[in-house]
Design a protein around this ligand. Structure first.
Ligand code: SAH
Length: 243
């Protein structure tokens, strides 16, 4: 697409977004639905009150791609569904976000590496819990969009990177926690190296449409406690993608 036209579209989207964000009504819109979603997640077994408080607070309906944010879709923003965010990607189910976050056992101030920024919803949940988030996205368009969007939502501290999640972020390692939000065929070695001793990683592993959620704790430079926490569905963690 013509560069000038692209910038014009981005500018236009930002004007609309700014309007939506500055509009208190819009932030408070669906507040009741968010409370019910948090209740639903609690009923499904999520116990961590900080995770539930973040989900109650974050206006998930503003995280969708504005081109797909048609009222019918907005109405689904607070049902437990994975929804499109553009570039063929999806925002994870709220249950999946809550489940992965709960198992990370986040303590405020911890350094968390997120692989797969997407629309930034998971980044926002971690930020609300006081984590210092470093997040990598492989799709340039999504990266650019979310890099503009999160500060507008008040999340100024999360550091977003355009890059390959398989490689992690060596320059900011080690991390207290690592969360991978796309399905990997194996646990990337670079991520294991960049996890602190005592640190936790949560990562869906598998190459078919469903994957096993793997939880692991690094017990020494070379040893890990590992368990499987159930079956989930993620989009694939892309390999060898150059743009
Ligand atoms: N955490 C996101 C979930 C997005 S879905 C959210 O809350 O919206 C998974 C994301 O991982 C997609 O945006 C996809 O583009 C990204 N992704 C896929 N392969 C990747 C890779 N190798 N490195 C980093 N991000 C990747």
């Amino acid at each position: 697409m013509d560069y000038y036209l692209y910038n014009l579209i981005v500018l236009y989207k930002n004007i609309i977004l700014n309007y939506a964000i500055n509009d208190k009504e819009n932030i408070n819109l669906f507040k009741g639905k968010r409370l019910r979603l948090a209740e639903q997640l609690r009923a499904k077994g999520i116990k961590n009150n900080l995770v539930l408080a973040a989900i109650e607070k974050i206006p998930r309906h503003l995280f969708f791609d504005s081109t797909t944010a048609i009222p019918a879709l907005l109405d689904h923003a607070y049902s437990d569904k994975a929804l499109p965010i553009g570039e063929g990607q999806t925002i994870s189910h709220p249950y999946t976000v809550a489940f992965q976050t709960e198992h990370l056992n986040i303590i405020a101030g911890e350094k968390v590496l997120e692989i797969g920024t997407g629309c930034g919803y998971q980044t926002a949940v971690l930020s609300e819990m006081g984590a210092k988030v470093f997040s990598i996205e492989r799709q340039k368009v999504l990266f650019q969009k979310t890099k503009l969007f999160l500060p507008q939502m008040g999340y100024n501290n999360a550091k977003l990177f355009y890059g390959d999640g398989y490689k992690g972020l060596l320059q900011f390692a080690p991390f207290d926690k690592i969360i991978v939000t796309a399905a990997a065929p194996y646990i990337p070695n670079d991520l294991l190296i960049q996890l602190k001793i005592g640190g936790i990683m949560i990562i869906p592993i598998g190459e078919s449409i469903s994957q096993e959620m793997i939880w692991l704790k690094k017990t020494s430079q070379t040893t890990f406690d590992k368990k499987t926490l159930g079956i989930f569905n993620f989009v694939p963690l892309l390999q060898n993608k150059s743009r």
